[in-house]
Ligand binder design. Sequence first.
Ligand SMILES: NC(=O)c1ccc[n+]([C@@H]2O[C@H](COP(=O)([O-])OP(=O)(O)OC[C@H]3O[C@@H](n4cnc5c(N)ncnc54)[C@H](O)[C@@H]3O)[C@@H](O)[C@H]2O)c1
Length: 380
Amino acid sequence: MQQAVFGIIGAGGIAQSQHLPNLARAPHVELKTICDLRDDVLANMQSKYAIPCAETDYQTLLADPDVDAVVVATKEDMQAPLTVEALNAGKHVYVEKPLADTPEAVEAVVAAQRKSGKFVAVGFNRRMAPAYRKAKQLVTADGGARNMHYRISDEYWNWGRNNPPGVRVIHEVCHIFDILRWFAEANPVSIYCVDSRPDDEIFVIKFDSGCVASITNSGYVTMDMPKERIEVVSDLGAVTVEEFVELRTYGYRDTEAVFRFPGHSHPDREFTHKYLLDTLGADGLYAVRKMGWELRERSKNLNPDSPGMDDAELQDYFSRRSPHWNYMVDKGWLVAMDHFAQCILEGTPPETAGAEDGLWSARMSAAAIRSRETGDVVTF
Ligand SMILES: NC(=O)c1ccc[n+]([C@@H]2O[C@H](COP(=O)([O-])OP(=O)(O)OC[C@H]3O[C@@H](n4cnc5c(N)ncnc54)[C@H](O)[C@@H]3O)[C@@H](O)[C@H]2O)c1
């Protein structure tokens, strides 16, 4: 099979949990080069995934004529400028969200993408989640989205952190702005925020199609509640998707009432919150998730004062202490990466979110924060 040649810049948390394993197994990808500032991370990941080249200087990677595409997964302060450099070097780019903290910084990516003619995929992977693609197909066949609700809630957001208000909107709710635009097939005309406390808020959005939406965003909800749920009302019917694994349909003729989607790491089992709750109870679920989060933070070894853990220690710890450590629902990461590679090979525009989608999401984040600060409805 023909394969597009990839390099990756940034081998931290999301690269280790998703992009590196996915690049290694995606049928249309050959991963040639890994780049990170940290030598220890480079050595571990190069040997784990048998990657031919490892670099600390991303410019060496961008200068390699063999490389067709670059995955950028550093941080929001660098992702937009790195994407622009990679496009100018003639590479296609898969870049993590958020592209940048401000819409102004994302505009440079849109301009560079247009000038280069290369593809940009922004890491709004939910567009490729199997449950959401099936839901969208049903909604579209019934005249499109009219009214939507999304809840994104996760207590672990606040564990060990003291983020100022607004960071969660830029980092987490940006995904939801994108997926609601995708379902609506429309752009927002206004957004309004009411909050009870920072990171506990509701956003109300009106789209230019007439579709309306609300988002419940909470960084406090208890761990035993599934993290994400979407409800979409179309012309005659409606769909709900719970935590990417259970799609329910209402009012559509000739369609099953329930579709089930397996977890990402366990194609044969559903390690949903409900499963963990049923088998471990609320306290057990809380302990498992919190332990997993703490160990992942430590495993990144970003704090020089923390001893961290190497990969083998971490795996051993998880396998002895928790049978559920690799609980993961399919939010579309693998499909998005392989689809992007296939589009590069065939020269067809990818269905992943593009640079302009990244810009819209950044605009919505900025407007949402402004509405929370001023109490005004913000129009686009
Ligand atoms: N789509 C998703 O579901 C999802 C999930 C988690 C994180 N993310 C996003 O992915 C991005 C990365 O997050 P993370 O948690 O992996 O961060 P991280 O801090 O764990 O990893 C970033 C890595 O980039 C490296 N890096 C930084 N600057 C570099 C440079 N100039 N050259 C080479 N390497 C460099 C760092 O050394 C580090 O290893 C963030 O924007 C985050 O919001 C997306």
